[in-house]
Design a binder for this molecule. Sequence first.
Ligand code: NAD
Ligand code: DAO
Ligand code: ZN
Length: 368
Amino acid sequence: MKTRAAVAWKAGQPLTIEEVEVGGPRAGEVLVEIRATGICHTDYYTLSGADPEGIFPAILGHEGAGVVVDVGPDVKSLNKDDHVIPLYTPECRQCKFCLSQKTNLCQAIRSTQGRGLMPDATSRFSIAGKPVFHYMGTSTFSNYIVVPEIALARIREDAPFDKVCYIGCGVTTGVGAVIFTARVEAGANVVVFGLGGIGLNVIQAARMVGANRIIGVDINPAREAMARQFGMTHFVNPKAVDNVVDHIIALTDGGADYSFECIGNVTTMRQSLECCHKGWGQSIIIGVAAGGEEISTRPFQLVTGRVWKGSAFGGARGRTDVPKIVDWYMDGKLNIDDLITHRLTLDQINQGFDLMKRGESIRSVVIY
Ligand code: NAD
Ligand code: DAO
Ligand code: ZN
């Protein structure tokens, strides 16, 4: 069949809207009509050329929601008309990683997904007979996609696509980092570096679990008002203080119990560790730094009890946890609506990237 999709032909160039051929679902695969997709910083990271794994031409996008149109042979857990969120971190429930219960990083399809291909090492997308690569196993900038069954979370049918698409990445990444990775407890002091589409979700989850002080750090003063609405108690603009680490240590009576880096900058990653409380403070790295970047600190920071950890997709096991996060939104425990600042058509998708680059949007959502 044919679909409309925004194609990334080359790093650094705007996407163009094309008619793309989509092959039907093969064994274990599902054809999904994407109804809405968010535009995340990671799509920009890949499009910019900073992503060492970036492959072109490709159909980007990894934050979607839609409806099952057709299922291939051997698909057992999904049927036509089911509502789904595609998962760039799948959950096969059978690989060593899934069975360990220690990580959400299922490896069942990792090697082909990382090469922009389906598990049988081919692409379902083509233009004029030439293959176009998948992206993160999802490619939600296409109206129709083919996805392995293990990379789809089935969600309730009353959840609005134009809101819950954001659970496909940003909401789950921020909320999950607090709940699944750090397991922040009530009364903890939390510091969040970067108050964008991820950081604001860290903030609302910290409030949800009953954190005490929630300190937000951002160089964009326009982020303060929204962050306060989501639960931030103190704002720090690094440009307005002498030393951001000393400032946070003073604000938190010795340092953060938990800090979250939601920028992707190795300098703020160091600050995020070093503002943690001696003996127990944990720094969770969420931001993705450019290829080749390295982090550093004095090892004594770790010897004296601070912990450096990372979190991918919030530590969430997608098929298990994403439907729960949809319930939290539908029950009013999470605010997604106010984070979606712009709604666009597919033809306007490059405007979404421009808004993000100028720091004017939190989330732009493309509605098909
Ligand atoms: P965003 O652009 O919406 O937000 C980033 C925020 O950081 C902005 O408000 C910006 O003003 C602020 N900022 C930039 N430089 C700063 C500095 N030096 N000091 C303080 N604040 C600064 O981005 P986002 O969508 O929230 O994504 C944040 C990061 O998370 C990106 O690196 C993205 O690739 C990554 N990410 C990681 C995962 C994961 O699973 N680990 C998932 C999605 C996104
Ligand atoms: O299993 O090696 C692996 C890859 C896991 C990918 C996790 C991606 C999380 C960070 C990228 C940001 C996604 C939007
Ligand atoms: Zn697995």
